[in-house]
Ligand binder design. Sequence first.
Ligand code: SF4
Ligand code: SF4
Ligand code: SF4
Length: 267
Amino acid sequence: MNSSLSFIQQIDAILPQTQCGLCGHRDGCLPYAKSIVEKGEEANKCVPGGQPVADALADILNRNKLIAEPSVWPIQSDGRPQRMKAIIREDECIGCTKCISACPVDAIIGSGKLMHTVLTDLCTGCELCIAPCPVDCIDLVEDIQPIPNDEQRLLEQNDLRGRYYAHIQREEKQRIHRKGPVVRAEIDTELFAQITQQSQALPTIEINQPTIKNPIVTDAKTTIELAKLRTQIKKLEKQLSVRADENKQHQLNELIQQLSVLQEDAS
Ligand code: SF4
Ligand code: SF4
Ligand code: SF4
């Protein structure tokens, strides 16, 4: 494997996989890992990771330790910010489904015009579903579950990574055929696809290329010729609709044949 790609994965393995974008990378943890490795971006910007993640990254990168970006939430006993969970006030939900597309780890269930629910165990408290909700019926509450140990955290991160990649693959499949606006349209799917090609544990991301049709360019001479033929055909069709005529019918067939050849050449 490309050594830079493998180092990006090592950095990504330390990041919480909340995919919240608070580090400034709206497409999640992997693009931040890439920027740390390839652009030398400072490694203290992961807000939910807090000081423990900033320090672990400084160690692996052999850089000076920096103070982690502060969170709006108090710090837990493990040095990371308080874990949060989203809860939908279900009696106020209008079933618009906007929160489903916004959730990077597919932690919300529901369908059009029906009440939606957060699968609390899967929710990371990333807050990405809150802004898109048109009726403001999603609250954040403190996670009251015990703080995970290192082993549990690793399992959780692997699960979140897999869920996020499955989410990207679904969005990518819909991207080409979708008529309306595309959620997370700027996502660097190439990078995610590259990573999934190296890993059995992650759902494969395949990039869909739109089919580009050659534009039909018709020169002026052909355009005039086509117009002439169509006019002659219309005239003959009109005459033949009034009275049958063998010669005119033969003439019409020839003109239709010529029109079809010219149209094929022009396309
Ligand atoms: S969890 Fe950390 S690294 Fe991942 S997107 Fe959020 S702030 Fe960025
Ligand atoms: S339900 Fe909301 S807060 Fe929870 S993970 Fe999904 S988008 Fe983030
Ligand atoms: S965005 Fe709000 S109103 Fe729409 S389905 Fe989600 S919770 Fe319900």
